[in-house]
Design a protein around this ligand. Structure first.
Ligand code: ADP
Ligand code: MG
Length: 574
């Protein structure tokens, strides 16, 4: 083994910097946090080449004197704490005194700043981790930090960066999180001089959500405000219908700091109880207040995760607060909760006696063998519409008789399957069926969704949407796919664009298939929706004509079947 040596300060700085500065978004986060700590009312973030070439954060905060500014770029220099005891009650976002030094170790920095007591400001350049120039500069009170050529001298790090789109996505995410956590502060994000995000100062959480995500979400928020076990929980939770396919709109803020944690997310999900369909994630903006000492933020350099003295208390307080919010909601709240519980009960009346007897599978016979257009024979063997009428159970399942016995059809999964095949036929023929709206509808997309929409616009047209751009982030919807006629156009598009966010990535060529799946899911009748006899019969008859009636496009079963034999065994007739 080689000799043990002390590392040079330079090298130590470089190693430590890696923890704080992982990608452009980490630089943006640190600089914006400094602006917030400086009491800024407005913060502007500008990036070039997703931040790899240049990141500039300007604020109208308190600014720095020349001495402070020169010290600030050194390691472990901070104005935010002095004594170990200060760690017990940290009121600022920063306190470790590492960020500027870490950034300086990975890039060239220019700081232009003036504090209110000084007549003249300062311009400071830091290159290769060392101060390379200090001069006077006429500048308003506040600070502008410009970071150039990040990781130019650490090619290994640079190599780990993802595509420009991905990095910009991370930058946007970092700004969004802080903008949600500080609705009172104005935020602007520009990428290559184009505005990506703009939210004026002085907003409350509702207005902030409206600025960032548009009206559909803002109008669907329920107030959360509850305290228990020493934890105060405030904020907003969205109606269950606005849940998403990914947990990308689930925010937690503690002491102005955006944080994440499985326990926190679970608390929210638990609060929705059975309201959320499986695989859907709630949308919520949760602010936590804890007593001094109930939390430690000094766990990780980036402070994205915090440690709570009593996880359970925090979890339960969140769940309780969200549950209370859902209960207050006029529609879709308590009612839907009771409905979900009712499903179990109602089904119990019909099938829970079957215990393990339930069998998932085909209606009966081989659905694929049924030639299209022969519904009288019942396609897949269903004969509900010629024999006894179907019964809707718990507004979610259709109970029908088949040749073999008893069949429960999941109305949503069945409709999804029917719509999916209809869409696939339209796609194959190149002539999508479009249902024009009587009055075109305007819709504002969320920050970050606009680019996604534009990328996917041709595909959306292919499945039957007729839309045009109608201003910054705003769409004019003229028509929706006929398969979805009768559905709320804005909710439909919000759902689909949300799903696309998961599936679409730069370079992915074919999104038709996932798009068709997503569209059929959002256009299909939902569990909990009452269906008329006509609707039930036409759904069953359409299902009978499907090529693959046994599974929805996501692979979940459409039907559950009990054979006569199984039923007779239950009744001890065999
Ligand atoms: P920390 O935020 O943990 O203190 P930083 O390295 O991020 O460490 O910043 C060092 C110091 O520089 C801060 O404590 C603060 O006094 C000063 N500073 C940094 N950015 C700003 C800013 N935008 N406005 C005013 N002061 C700033
Ligand atoms: Mg800082």
């Amino acid at each position: 083994m080689a000799q043990v040596r002390m590392l040079s300060d330079d090298l130590v700085a470089k190693i430590a910097a890696g923890e704080v500065v992982e990608r452009p978004a980490s630089v943006v986060k640190e600089l914006v946090e400094n602006s917030l700590d400086a009491g800024a009312v407005r913060v502007t973030v500008e990036v070039e080449e997703s931040g790899q070439r240049e990141i500039r954060v300007s604020d109208d905060g308190c600014g720095m004197s020349r001495d402070d500014c020169t010290r600030a770029v050194k390691r472990y220099s901070t104005s935010k704490i002095r004594f170990a005891s200060d760690l017990e009650h940290i009121a600022t976002l920063g306190f470790r005194g590492e960020a500027l030094a870490a950034i300086a170790a990975a890039a060239t920095i220019e700081i232009v700043t003036r504090c209110s007591g000084d007549d003249c400001g300062t311009r400071l350049i830091v290159q290769d981790g060392r101060v390379a120039g200090v001069e006077d500069s006429g500048t308003p009170v506040g600070t502008t930090v410009t970071v150039r050529d990040l990781f130019l001298r650490t090619p290994a790090r640079r190599k780990f960066l993802k595509s420009a789109g991905t990095e910009l996505g991370h930058v946007t995410g970092a700004v969004m999180r802080l903008a949600v956590a500080h609705p009172g502060v104005g935020f602007t994000l520009r990428s290559s001089r184009k505005e990506v995000l703009g939210a004026p100062p002085g907003q409350g959480i509702d207005e902030r959500v409206r600025s960032l995500y548009g009206g559909l979400l803002a109008d669907g928020l329920l107030e959360v405000d509850d305290s228990s076990r020493g934890v105060r929980v405030t904020g907003r939770a969205a109606k269950a219908e606005l849940a998403r396919g990914q947990p990308d709109r689930l925010f937690f803020v503690v002491g102005g700091r955006p944080v994440t944690g499985r326990m926190l997310s679970h608390g929210v999900t638990a609060g929705y109880d059975a309201l959320l369909p499986r695989g859907r994630y709630p949308v919520a903006f949760i602010f936590l207040e804890l007593e001094d000492g109930a939390m430690d933020v000094n766990v990780h350099p980036t402070k994205r995760e915090v440690r709570f003295a009593d996880d359970r208390a925090v979890h339960d307080a969140i769940a309780r607060a969200v549950r209370a919010a859902m209960g207050k909601s006029p529609a879709g709240g308590r009612e839907a909760l009771e409905h979900a519980a009712g499903v179990r009960e109602a089904l119990g009346r019909y099938i829970s006696v079957s215990g393990s007897g339930g069998r998932q599978g085909l209606l009966s016979g081989d659905a694929t063998a049924a030639p299209a257009g022969t519904p009288r024979q019942g396609g897949a063997g269903l004969r509900a519409w010629e024999g006894p009428p179907p019964v809707q159970v718990a507004q979610s399942y259709l109970l029908v008789e088949s040749d073999e016995g008893l069949v429960l059809v999941d109305q949503h999964a069945a409709h999804e399957r029917v719509l999916y095949e209809r869409l696939s036929r339209g796609l194959a023929s190149g002539r999508p069926e479009c249902q024009l709206l009587l009055v075109p509808i305007e819709m504002e997309l969320a920050v970050g969704e606009w680019e996604l929409y534009r990328e996917c616009a041709p595909e959306l047209a292919r499945v039957g949407f007729e839309m045009e751009e109608f201003g910054a982030r705003t769409l004019l919807i003229r028509g929706i796919p006929a398969a979805a006629s009768g559905r709320d156009a804005r909710e439909l598009i919000a759902g689909i664009v949300g799903d696309l966010g998961e599936t679409w990535k730069p370079g992915v060529k074919d999104i038709t298939e996932p798009l068709a799946r997503s569209l059929s899911c959002h256009a299909a009748v939902k569990a909990g929706e009452r269906m008329s006899m006509e609707e039930m019969k036409s759904l069953l008859s359409d299902l009978g004509r499907c090529e693959l009636a046994q599974a929805c496009p996501h692979g979940r079963p459409v039907t559950v079947c009990w054979t006569l034999e199984e039923i007779e065994k239950r009744f001890r007739r065999r």
